[in-house]
Design a protein around this ligand. Structure first.
Ligand code: ATP
Ligand code: MG
Ligand code: FE
Length: 365
């Protein structure tokens, strides 16, 4: 089974072709699917001057790059449109301009090649990525930490997601980016905070652990960012060591918070679904690239005797392979909308993951 995946929801223009492993190969250790190509064009340089993603610039950049990126993905995989079994595309949530570019392009390709078109929720792409590289049975617990989202989700099946907790203010990636900005570290912030923290002492500043011990496994990160700002203001002007220590202390506070909130989520699953305990903790989204946080989550899993699964770094940030894979899972599960339905659909800037397989009606904000 060959699936083309297209992703344009934020600031990466991405396309990928994956091949579902045949049942003969899909033994316990064989990956679920094989990535034949994975082309990602990051627009980071076009947005860097503004310190964040500018929607209008992003949409225009998708328009000028997408045809070439799709052609490169097909080329790298050495397949033609006629060889595909389906085309999957991110239909939301995200920046509406970029989503329109990707969805319209995918509609045109699917219509022209007479292939099924599978609209995919970007968050479902992140949620199922771990099954692209690992044989991972449902249910599992997902920690989704990206630039726009911070959620703990019980992944029960393809299209069945129960959101246990979410952030009440900033997303974790956003908190990394804002912390970097106020410490004068370059954009994008997350990787630079991680780099600076390597030379820092994480015990120097005792930063808050927002919502710690609250019964619902929600998150809040804006107070943590404010605490970093106050500490920085008290120390100004900052030495490189001060910056490193603040970054390290920030990461320690985040790691501690994630552990506490996940413990709480596991307790609530044990209360409500005693028979459906998760087999693993999966971390996904751009922040999952952070090695310190991975180690911290690994420690939690060891303690709770849970399997820990973190996708390879390149599959943590936005990419087309995760969308292709979610499309493949939907294809195999028979969750493919009728052509008439899907061609009439607009993309959705807001689309909560727990609406799952529900039709994409009620589009827009
Ligand atoms: P969403 O998926 O919610 O729509 P997005 O597409 O912007 O948002 P991703 O591309 O998945 O998110 O991730 C980008 C975020 O991940 C940014 O906020 C970035 O700072 C953060 N990030 C990337 N690498 C690291 C790292 N090593 N440590 C911490 N954060 C990181
Ligand atoms: Mg991004
Ligand atoms: Fe993303």
């Amino acid at each position: 089974r060959l699936v083309l995946g297209i992703e344009t929801s934020c600031d990466e223009t991405a396309a990928s072709v994956i091949e579902g492993a045949s049942s003969a190969e899909s033994g316990a250790s064989a990956p679920y699917s094989r990535i034949l190509s994975n082309v990602v064009f990051s627009q980071i340089e076009e947005h860097a001057a503004f310190g964040g993603v500018v929607p209008e610039i992003a949409a225009r950049a998708h328009v000028s790059a997408l045809d070439r990126i799709v052609a490169a993905a097909l080329d790298d995989a050495q397949v033609g449109l006629a060889d595909l079994d389906a085309i999957a595309v991110t239909a939301g949530p995200g920046l509406i301009g970029g989503l329109m570019v990707g969805f319209m392009t995918a509609k045109a390709l699917a219509f022209g090649a007479e292939k099924p078109l599978i609209p995919v929720n970007h968050l479902e792409g992140h949620a199922l990525t771990a099954r692209l590289t690992d044989r991972l049975p449902f249910p599992y617990l997902l920690l989704l930490v990206s630039g726009g989202h911070t959620q703990i989700v019980l992944v029960k099946a393809v299209g069945e997601y129960e959101r246990l907790g979410t952030t009440i203010d900033d997303a974790l990636g956003e908190a990394f980016d804002k912390t970097a900005k106020l410490l004068d570290l370059p954009y994008p912030g997350g990787p630079n905070v991680e780099k600076a923290a390597l030379a820092g002492d994480g015990t120097r500043f005792l930063l808050p652990r927002p919502l710690k011990s609250k019964p619902r496994p929600d998150f809040s990160f804006s107070g943590l960012k404010t605490a970093v700002r106050q500490a920085a203001e008290n120390l100004a002007p900052l030495s490189d060591q001060d910056v490193a220590d603040l970054c390290a202390s920030f990461q320690v506070a985040v790691g501690d918070t994630l552990q506490d909130r996940l413990r709480r989520a596991l307790e609530s699953v044990a209360d409500q679904h005693p028979s459906g305990m998760p087999s693993a903790l999966v971390v996904a989204g751009g922040v999952a690239a952070n090695a310190y946080l991975r180690t911290s989550l690994e420690a939690l899993c060891e303690d709770r005797r849970l399997r820990f699964v973190a996708p390879p770094l390149a599959l943590c940030t936005d990419n087309g392979a995760m969308i292709a894979h979610a499309g493949l899972e939907r294809l195999l599960a028979g969750l493919v909308p009728l052509p008439d339905e899907v061609f009439a659909l607009p993309p959705r800037s807001r689309w909560p993951l727990d609406e799952g397989a529900a039709p994409l009606v009620g589009a827009g904000k």
